[in-house]
Design a protein around this ligand. Structure first.
Ligand SMILES: Cc1ncc(COP(=O)(O)O)c(C=O)c1O
Length: 513
């Protein structure tokens, strides 16, 4: 027998290094679930973030280790890795995590991710993932129903808000300038232009860049005192651009801006787009999910009139990362933007083949975690959780407003922005040196809160003013957590204020000397 025949015989009963028998899988898996549930139950009593430096984290990981030649025992590897991760991670499921727009993850969705990995469906093609494809279609329709968008819409799940908005922009481009898919952007065609308020998230820069339109194709429209897109200015710019021979094709409306949760006048934007024959896209990555919730801005409901909507299950549906969703009024517009039919793909047209509706070919079963959470709590459960987040943000605004040492700037949806202003500086807020001092004080305060591990906030910048920002997309947050915020910030703020004034006095003394 040749050496090769002996080798091939050894594969008759194959023992691959990654294989795990059912008993070992069960034991390691049970221990992992026990460990996770125990550690998660202790999260509220610990720090929001360990506040370590990059070098401390690299040390814990032993980042310099080369790729091991030989393997390790799976049980201890999973146990030790779980410990390492819980010891060195930020917990966005901590009740006092109020940063950015990152949700606390739904436990049923965590289990969904596990189940999805076990099945490892390729939700690019129906016959590779029959029920998973149908569950994604159902989850997309449920999301549309939840936000009051038409249930006959098309859509698919993507990685997050950036990608959902990008997919919608490409659908708009294919609908309004169909030649671009084959000819590309040509100088002998009119310039394609996009309109959005200056408060729009940076997804638009990336989408304009990646789509080849270029960021100069974005017409940044100023906002009014309520931080909403200035409709008069929008109309003027569209007219001017048309007169100059350009082709306006897309208007973006914000259903909850990232900085302050502001909702643009979506109804009037929809009407303008209808009149002007423009694609109306709504970035509802954050706020669209509140569209039908009592107490949310009434204008949100007008997203029903949009040609496309981006909405993020990993924000207000509390899905673990990653899950975004692109919705389009007419399902054909997604296929018109993405479908190709190479000879080696022979799938039935009647089936939902998601590779034809978006940029990805092979796709994971993101829908399962979203589907399970929607199914577990239903419409009423989501409306209640979102309404409670909004009520807590409003309560925080009220608590801060009642105090002498805070200036509240905004509260919309579940985002409140404000800053710490020592009482003796309140009357001089508009003086330039005082403004600069307050910016510095609040920047240091934000870092101090993060370092304390007692809460986690982020920031917004409003006309040059540095603001602290609390965003609640967290079903673990209670009234007690909110009531703890003002005293924590006031205590740390007073300490920093006193240290900074000491430093400034020292600098001035040195200057004089
Ligand atoms: C309004 C808005 N749009 C888009 C995005 C981008 O979403 P993602 O971070 O999921 O890509 C965000 C993120 O916070 C957002 O708030």
């Amino acid at each position: 027998m040749s050496g090769n025949a002996i080798d091939i015989e050894s594969l008759r009963r194959r023992h691959a290094p990654l294989a795990m028998d059912a008993a070992a899988f069960r034991e390691i898996g049970h221990r992992l679930v026990d460990d996770i549930s125990h550690r998660l139950s202790r999260v509220p009593d610990g720090r929001v973030t360990p506040g370590e430096s990059p070098s401390e984290v690299r040390r814990a990981l032993q980042a310099e280790l080369a790729l091991p030649s030989n393997g390790a025992d799976a049980a201890s590897l999973v146990r030790d890795t779980t410990g390492m991760l819980f010891d060195h991670s930020l917990f966005n499921g901590h009740p006092r995590f109020f940063g950015y727009i990152t949700a606390s993850p739904a436990p049923i969705a965590m289990l969904g991710d596990f189940l999805a990995s076990a099945l490892n469906q390729n939700v690019g093609a129906w016959n590779l993932a029959p029920i998973a494809s149908e569950m994604e279609s159902q989850a997309v329709r449920w999301i549309a129903e939840l936000i009051g968008y038409r249930p006959t819409c098309g859509g698919l799940l993507v990685s997050g808000g950036n990608m959902a908005n990008f997919v919608c922009l490409l659908a708009a481009r294919a609908a309004k300038a169909p030649w671009v898919r084959t000819e590309g952007l040509r100088s002998d065609r009119p310039r394609l232009l996009v309109y959005a308020s200056t408060e729009t998230h940076t997804w638009l820069h990336k989408a304009a860049d990646m789509s080849g339109l270029g960021t100069d194709a974005i017409r940044w429209v100023p906002v009014n005192a309520a931080r909403q897109i200035d409709l008069g200015e929008l109309r003027t710019r569209i007219d001017e651009d048309r007169r100059a021979g350009h082709q306006p094709f897309l208007v973006v409306g914000n259903a909850g801006t990232v900085a302050t949760g502001t909702v643009d006048p979506l109804g009037r934007l929809a009407a303008l787009c209808r009149e002007e024959d423009l694609w109306f896209h709504v970035d509802g990555a954050y706020g669209a999910l509140a569209a039908q919730v009592a107490g949310a801005p009434a204008d949100l409901a007008a997203l029903a009139n949009a040609d496309s909507v981006a909405v993020d299950p990993h924000k207000w549906l509390y899905a673990p990362l990653e899950a975004g969703c692109a919705l389009v009024k007419d399902p054909a517009t997604l296929r018109n933007a993405f479908a190709y039919h190479p000879a080696y793909y022979r799938f039935d047209e009647e089936m939902v083949n998601y590779y034809e509706s978006g940029p990805q070919n092979s796709r994971g079963f993101r829908a399962l975690k979203v589907w399970l959470a929607l199914r577990q709590v239903g419409r009423a459960g989501y409306y209640r959780m979102i309404a409670d987040d909004i009520r807590l943000a409003e309560h925080l605004r009220r608590l801060l407003d009642e105090r002498q040492d805070f200036q509240v700037v905004s509260r919309s949806l579940s985002i409140a922005t404000f800053r710490y202003v020592p009482a003796d500086l309140a009357s001089q807020r508009r003086d330039v040196p005082v403004e600069e001092y307050l910016n510095r004080l609040n920047q240091q305060l934000l870092s101090a809160v993060e370092k304390s591990g007692e809460a986690f906030l982020s920031n917004a910048v409003d006309g040059g003013t540095f603001l602290l920002r609390v965003c609640i997309v967290n079903f673990h947050t209670s009234l007690e957590d909110i009531e703890a915020v003002p005293p924590l910030l006031a205590r740390l703020g007073a300490q920093i204020d006193s240290a900074l004034r000491g430093e400034l006095a020292l600098t001035r003394a040195e200057e004089i000397a």
